[in-house]
Design a protein around this ligand. Structure first.
Ligand SMILES: Cc1cc2nc3c(=O)[nH]c(=O)nc-3n(C[C@H](O)[C@H](O)[C@H](O)COP(=O)(O)O)c2cc1C
Length: 327
């Protein structure tokens, strides 16, 4: 499939998730079959003010191409400048605009899903980003609308296509829903039928089978997986098998899963610092152990990880105590 002039040799996309899909986790997901990845969202204002904390969020791994970086904001001139900075700093092939974030601090400011309440502004923002991104394709990730009474996704999609946006990702929920209820795949299908540019379907894909189902149901060109990857980057291998009509492979044994987790934390330590990587590892490692019987002792230890040495010690303990019990 092509997004503008960029060829993507896969139907499997990792959702951008602030605080989760950092460069280390994206690398792990790519090594397990995610063909397209998008950075965590980065504030356009922060980029324009040269905020030192935001620049590292734009960094892509060497083997992470083609990829997109995502910016959020609602001031067209700031978004234009931020798009230019994002292209320059990241080397990403694609720039994505966030029109879905429901977090009050963002949405109530008119950014993220706030743009779904003002389609003229959303279009001005898209035009500005297209100018700023020079010749790189620009994509938009959106929700269905602000609330049930304003399901604007089809109308907005047609307008964005007409402006030159190259692809759309649609999360099948409204802003007001946040993450509650069930994602509405019917409206994603309506968007797909309304435009000719590629559509990426997103919402409630928690297994390889779900990935196959959402693509079949919506007719979308690509599936984007979010929360289903928490502690489970193997979902991409499983989705690939489902799409190819092969038997879905089981998760690797616990010991191997722990090795992957450790690799992720080591990568994160290289890119950030050992301290930050280890604080963030607490949440990820607990996800990796979700559903593992008798893991509560080790999960408690994980809450106190501070160094990679802690990670190695805990991992050895898990392998010794829990891996042999695995059926
Ligand atoms: C912790 C978290 C952080 C997120 N951060 C972003 C973000 O930075 N940009 C964005 O477009 N969407 C963000 N999302 C939304 C996801 O990309 C995705 O649209 C949503 O989780 C629905 O997909 P899922 O049902 O597969 O999880 C975030 C979601 C979560 C759970």
């Amino acid at each position: 499939m092509n997004i503008g002039s960029v060829h993507i040799d896969s139907k499997l996309c990792l959702a951008p998730m602030a605080g989760v899909t950092d460069i280390a986790f994206r690398s792990i997901c790519r090594s397990l079959g995610a063909g397209y990845t998008i950075s965590e969202m980065v504030s356009a204002k922060a980029l324009c003010y040269q905020d030192k904390k935001s620049i590292p969020l734009l960094r892509l791994a060497e083997d992470e191409h083609p990829a997109a970086v995502q910016i959020f904001g609602s001031d067209p001139s700031c978004m234009e400048e931020a798009a230019a900075i994002a292209v320059e700093v990241s080397g990403a092939e694609i720039i994505d605009i966030n029109m879905g974030c429901p977090v009050p601090k963002v949405a109530n400011n008119g950014d993220g899903s706030g743009l779904l309440r003002d389609l003229d502004k959303a279009c001005r923002v898209a035009e500005a980003v297209i100018r700023g991104a020079k010749n790189r394709p620009v994509t938009v990730k959106m929700r269905l609308g602000w609330d049930r009474s304003s399901l604007v996704c089809v109308e907005l999609s047609k307008r964005l296509e007409a402006l030159g946006v190259s692809a759309l990702a649609v999360h099948g929920r409204t802003k007001v829903q946040m993450y509650s209820g069930v994602a509405n795949w019917d409206l994603i299908r309506e968007v797909k039928q309304a435009v000719s540019i590629p559509v990426i379907a997103n919402g409630d894909v928690f297994s390889g089978q779900d990935a196959e189902r959402i693509l079949r149901y919506t007719g979308a060109d690509m599936v984007m997986i979010g929360r289903g990857v928490f502690g489970n980057p193997w979902i991409f291998e499983q989705a690939k098998a489902a799409l190819e009509g092969r038997e879905i492979p089981p998760l690797p044994p616990l010991g191997e899963r722990c090795d992957t987790a450790v690799r992720q934390f080591e990568l994160a330590a290289q890119y950030k610092s050992e301290k930050i990587a280890c604080l963030e590892a607490r949440r990820h490692y607990a996800w990796y152990l979700k559903g593992v019987p008798h893991a509560s002792y080790w999960k408690e230890k994980i809450c106190h990880i501070e160094t990679l040495e802690d990670v190695y010690r805990i991992t050895a303990g898990i392998k010794r105590d829990l891996a042999p019990n695995e059926k």
